[in-house]
Design a binder for this molecule. Structure first.
Ligand code: GLA
Length: 761
């Protein structure tokens, strides 16, 4: 029966808000540390606590607290996620939402940490299962927990059946980023089919929020899409078997008055490179929750008695200083805790070598003399790494043949790869190679030998894209084959780097080796096997670095970034388009991994003509590479690129590993854009400024810099372009931040770029 009208509901909502605030205030005033610290604390935060009296768990990292508890019904319920609370603050026991109307079941409106589908749940479930007897009701209650130095594991169990879910929480102290995942275990005597499994659900109380997420398409990735969170659900997902260009598994939710530099932001990123889904929903009582994990579309994972399913990791963080603050936290976290630390766990990922890549210069027409000639010119520019792209293997003349046949093409390289690799080494560079190991062309020896190795439904068409099919990496024989071929390639050749490509999405995702009810496991096992191959290669060839590419930015996520040192954000190398793409990219990912090549003008995609200086500066905002046909570059072009590569080398650590401030966004048709990065120790800063197309003679806005030490002196030196006449050569951080940096009056026109460095005296 309906018990209240909409007006009453609104009043109720605001009462709830007031009572939440009152609760927090009351908690803040309570005296004495009610949290029992159940683990030995490291020197730095996090603190991890459980109060047995109130049954409240709390995790604190730098600037962030997260609390959840067991409510009287036994459900695990989120209590608080936001700015750090006092060490002595405490919470009373979590209380479920009351049943406001007969249509607003408390089980559904209570912000559960991990809700099973059952008991009348209308919001997105974290877990949905079907038991062997047809029962589909699942209600998870708290069972037990254990604490670790950096986190908590909480075991939930269905109220009647032996389905156990362990929720893992790990707090990273420096960023306050919380890593969450779940292990689902079947201890029943019969199999259970998991139809939906999230890694985590995050909740926010009723308020006005904006959602930020990244959308795109091939050659148009990284559009920052912003919208008001409204009643209903916004689903961002990939059903493609892989991460996808069209949406990226990252979100940021900002409070109503938040902008780039100020205000509350809650953000999250899912570490999974298979089909994924993040649902952001506002329920009928205006509360918001974000649920993300495996994409439930076409999903079904059979757990036999005793088996477990591990979900991916869903990272979540909070920043009080706007979207800029949120992305700086994520960047630092990615560099320190996600990216491979190749030499030892203590060695931070190094700034990427400046690469040369042959793709746009030669496409498939690679051969020994041509690549050697390019290598000589690349070395003359000061490039660190020479990468030969597609075309070197099998019968690869174009994209119709060869994928799967990873032997060196004898016509193009009659003596194998060694002469080219030796030449590259003699020029002082290391050598990298393109591979696309998960794919096969039907016109290949591999496919002729193993037509059953591809994803397919027997008797059905096998849809080709780019004339290729996807090998079913979920099969152990395919996994072993891919691992073996790459191990052999890396053992036989002195290769420092693989550009690992993946140029289509799935179709007909059948796996007919398994019984029909189990075949949908392919969505999980494919990606797991990919990760296991990458992990094994990392163990066997610890120095070999990797780039994740998927026709540009189709496989960029925190899952693949555990193995990949860098990514290829887009096949679109137009330097102007790249400004907006790079802006979008950096909301979620660090410039350290953002490869950016300088290519030829006019650009093949937009037919836009730009100067080499502009192209260089656009790419220097990330990890610089050269992808042009440098065989045709004249002396002046060689000199410009050489000068700017040398300047880049000097400041690269600041650009790619410093704190990024997006001073002026290029989005929404902006006439200008500018970024600034500051090294972590604040000793150096680099500023990039771009004019798109001057209108009405408008001068470039004064750039009020950020993140410097106000009391220290910084000297300004141009990398390219000039500051306004009269700009001091040395001034305090306060001067650069309050007065700001002014561009020369001549900084007008179309596609102009300038860059400056500031060095602490
Ligand atoms: C993809 C990549 C490109 C290039 C080609 C080669 O499209 O994104 O950079 O490597 O494949 O076929």
């Amino acid at each position: 029966m309906m018990r209240a009208n909409r007006k009453n509901q609104k009043e109720y909502t605001s009462k709830m808000l007031i009572s939440r605030v009152a609760l927090r205030l009351a908690a803040a005033l309570m005296i004495g540390p009610l949290f029992m610290i159940t683990s030995s604390l490291p020197a730095q935060p996090p603190t991890v606590g459980f109060d047995p009296a109130s049954k409240v768990f709390r995790l604190d990292g730098d600037g962030v607290s997260y609390a959840f508890g067991v409510n009287p019904r036994g459900e695990l319920q989120q209590i608080y996620w936001g700015g750090r609370l006092g060490a002595a603050d405490s919470f009373p026991q979590a209380q479920p939402m009351p049943e406001w109307a007969s249509f607003d079941a408390s089980y559904s409106t209570t912000p559960q940490e991990y809700a099973g589908w059952g008991g009348g749940l209308f919001v997105e479930p974290a877990l949905k299962v079907t038991f062997a007897d047809g029962n589909r009701d699942l209600v998870l209650h708290y069972e037990s927990h254990t604490t670790r130095a950096d986190g908590i594991d909480v075991v939930l169990k269905d109220i009647e059946r032996k389905i156990y879910v362990t929720l893992h929480y790990t707090m990273e102290p420096q960023s306050g980023i919380l890593a969450r995942s779940a292990t689902i275990e079947n201890r029943e005597a019969q199999p259970v089919t998991v139809e939906q499994a999230a890694a985590a659900a995050w909740a926010l109380p009723p308020a006005h929020y904006m959602l930020n997420y990244l959308t795109g398409r091939w050659a148009g990735e990284w559009t920052l899409t912003q919208e008001t969170i409204a009643p209903g659900a916004r689903v961002i997902e990939s059903r493609r078997g892989t991460t996808g260009h069209q949406a990226n598994p990252w979100f940021a939710i900002q409070a109503g008055n938040t902008d780039e530099n100020h205000g509350d932001v809650w953000f999250g990123a899912l570490a999974w490179s298979g089909s994924w889904r993040i649902t952001v929903e506002q329920d009928q009582l205006d509360a918001v929750r974000v649920t993300g994990g495996f994409n439930p579309f076409d999903f079904g994972y059979v757990l036999h008695p005793g088996e477990r399913l591990e979900t991916p990791m869903f990272y979540g963080g909070y920043a009080s200083n706007g979207l800029g603050g949120a992305s700086r936290k994520l960047h630092r976290f990615e560099i320190d805790h996600i990216l491979p630390h190749r030499v030892s766990a203590d060695t931070a990922p190094k700034p990427r070598p400046v690469i040369y890549n042959s793709w746009e210069a030669t496409e498939f027409r690679v051969d020994e003399p041509g690549q050697m000639a390019l290598a000589e010119k690349a070395a003359a520019l000061g490039v660190d790494r020479f990468v030969m792209d597609d075309g070197w293997f099998g019968q690869r003349k174009d994209d119709h043949a060869g994928l799967g046949d990873w032997y060196v093409n004898q016509q193009k390289f009659p003596h194998g790869l060694k002469p080219l690799i030796d030449k590259v080494h003699s020029l002082g560079m290391d050598f990298g190679l393109w591979v696309e190991p998960e794919m096969v062309n039907p016109d290949s020896d591999l496919y002729r030998k193993h037509p059953d190795w591809v994803l397919n439904f027997p008797g059905r068409p096998r849809s080709e894209q780019r004339n290729q099919l996807v090998l079913n990496l979920a099969r152990s024989d395919v996994r072993d084959y891919v691992l073996g071929l790459l191990d052999k390639l890396l053992t036989e050749n002195d290769i420092a780097f693989l550009k690992w490509d993946y140029n289509r999405n799935w179709s007909e995702p059948g796996w007919d080796q398994l019984p029909p009810a189990e075949q949908k496991k392919v969505y999980v096992e494919f990606t797991r096997n990919l990760y296991s191959i990458l992990a094994e290669l990392g163990r066997k060839h610890p120095k070999v670095e990797l780039e994740s590419c998927s026709g540009g930015g189709g496989r960029v996520d925190l899952g693949i970034l555990r193995y990949a040192d860098e990514v290829w954000p887009s096949d679109n190398t137009d330097p102007f388009d790249r400004l907006t793409q790079q802006d979008g990219f950096t909301y979620a990912y660090t410039p350290q991994v953002m490869m950016a090549w300088v290519t030829d003008s006019p650009h093949w995609l937009n037919k836009r003509s730009t100067t080499l200086s502009y192209r260089m500066l656009s790419s220097m905002q990330g990890s610089l590479g050269i992808g042009a046909n440098i065989a045709k570059w004249n002396g002046e072009e060689m000199a410009t690129a050489k000068r700017l590569i040398a300047a880049y080398h000097q400041v690269q650590p600041t650009i790619v590993q410093g704190e990024l401030y997006r001073l002026i966004s290029p989005r929404n048709g902006s006439e200008f854009s500018a970024t600034q990065t500051v090294s972590r120790d604040k000793s150096q800063s680099v500023v990039f400024a771009f004019v798109h197309s001057t209108q009405e003679g408008r001068l470039f806005p004064i750039l009020r810099l950020k993140g410097l030490d106000p009391a220290q002196e910084y000297s300004l030196s141009p990398i390219e372009g000039k500051a306004r006449a009269g700009t001091p050569q040395v001034a305090s951080g306060a001067w650069w931040m309050n007065h700001g940096l002014e561009m020369n009056e001549g900084f007008r026109g179309d596609f102009q770029g300038a860059a400056f460095r500031l060095d602490r005296k």
